[in-house]
Ligand binder design. Structure first.
Ligand SMILES: [Zn+2]
Length: 368
């Protein structure tokens, strides 16, 4: 069973944090030395630079720590940790650092830490440029959930926000259940499928060495043996062939979300393995029309893509995997995240979206 954990470095001018309650799952221990970040250590958030100066000036270092079995709800644990930390540093002039997230903040801000954290509050995301326009992303903080940190490569500066969205998607998945994503597991990311491989290969460890050097310096090994790192790649659609990185998955997700933003809609693309109603003539001389309804089963995407013949002979309409249809009609991919109630008509290579039915329903609900 994975463990939830929270570690916060508290650097002071010598004063000790307030003790935690006896029997509490959180504790404070003094550290023998002050772990100072060096030039190579990446820290995140608005206080990254002031933390380095504060660490050089600090006279004492303490570690606020606590952990719980992942049987418990993540948000509840992190909320309790944030509250207990705020009590521990109340009235103590200190600089704090959420160690696993590498996220420093002044002790007076501890009171503002979220009591019901969102997925994006859990981790920070670092980017290393590996070549022109080519990046490696690496999370810091998923290990608070007992989840291995993840890393992946992509090409395209404009995909950085989408990379963060992918990590939030994973954090959200982990926060909603007791299972963790591990070596050789896969996860759907909208239309795409991602696979994760342990950075150490099949060995199963050791794990601590994959965490940032500063995390290793700040956390004693007996408190934090490490959870390790996973490398993510996406599959080529409807195949077991892994792409070299996640660029295509991020590009597809980005163009789908851009369209939703343009239309002011919310939605999620069905996975390529779900089913879609279609005719063999869709996208041929009789054109292409797509519409999405609430699916009857989770195996179905809710989408139908037919040609423009109306009424269409029912015996010529079948059910195929979405990935296979997207391979034949790649122009549909951009529209797949549109919610039920939307209709897309392609005319002369141009697509027209009609979200009319959906808007009518919203107006009825609001009594207009
Ligand atoms: Zn047809």
């Amino acid at each position: 069973m994975p463990r939830l954990s929270f570690y916060c470095l508290v650097l002071t001018d010598g004063a000790a944090p307030n003790p935690t309650l006896p029997g509490s799952e959180f504790g404070v221990r003094p550290l023998a030395g002050i772990p100072c970040p060096c030039a190579d250590d990446e820290l995140f958030g608005p206080h990254a630079e002031s933390f380095t100066r504060a660490a050089q000036a600090a006279r004492a270092a303490y570690l606020f720590h606590g952990s719980r079995s992942a049987r418990h709800e993540v948000g509840g644990f992190l909320g309790a940790a944030h509250e207990a930390l705020a009590v521990a540093v109340d009235g103590v002039a200190a600089f704090c650092l959420d160690v696993l997230r590498l996220w420093p903040f002044p002790s007076k801000d501890a009171i503002d830490l979220p009591t019901d954290p969102l997925p994006e509050d859990v981790f920070a995301l670092g980017f290393t440029e590996r070549g022109p326009g080519s990046f490696r992303a690496l999370t810091y903080g998923l290990s608070k959930l007992g989840q291995r940190e993840i890393t992946f490569d992509f090409t395209g500066r404009g995909l950085a926000d989408e990379a963060k969205y992918l990590c939030s998607h994973l954090a959200d998945y982990v926060m909603s259940q007791t299972r963790r994503v591990d070596h050789r597991q896969s996860m759907s990311f909208g239309f795409d499928r991602l696979e994760f491989r342990a950075a150490e290969g099949e060995a199963g460890g050791p794990l601590r060495g994959w965490h940032a050097p500063y995390v290793q310096r700040a956390l004693p090994e007996e408190l934090f043996p490490g959870v390790g790192l996973l490398e993510a790649r996406c599959f080529e659609p409807l195949s077991d062939k892994l792409a070299s990185d996640v660029t295509l998955a991020l590009e597809r997700s980005l163009e789908q979300r851009r369209l939703l933003d343009e239309l002011g809609l919310e939605g999620e693309a069905p996975h390529q393995g779900t089913m879609v109603r279609s005719c063999a003539c869709a996208g041929g001389p009789d054109g292409l029309v797509g519409w999405r309804e609430e699916p009857d089963t989770i195996r179905h995407s809710g989408w139908s893509f037919l040609c423009g013949r109306s009424p269409h002979p029912a015996e010529e309409v079948g059910t195929v995997p979405l990935g296979a249809l997207a391979h034949r009609l790649p122009q549909i991919v951009r529209y797949l995240a549109l919610p039920a109630g939307c209709r897309v008509t392609w005319r002369g290579g141009e697509a027209v979206v009609d979200a009319g039915r959906l808007m009518d329903e919203e107006e009825e609900e609001s009594g207009l």
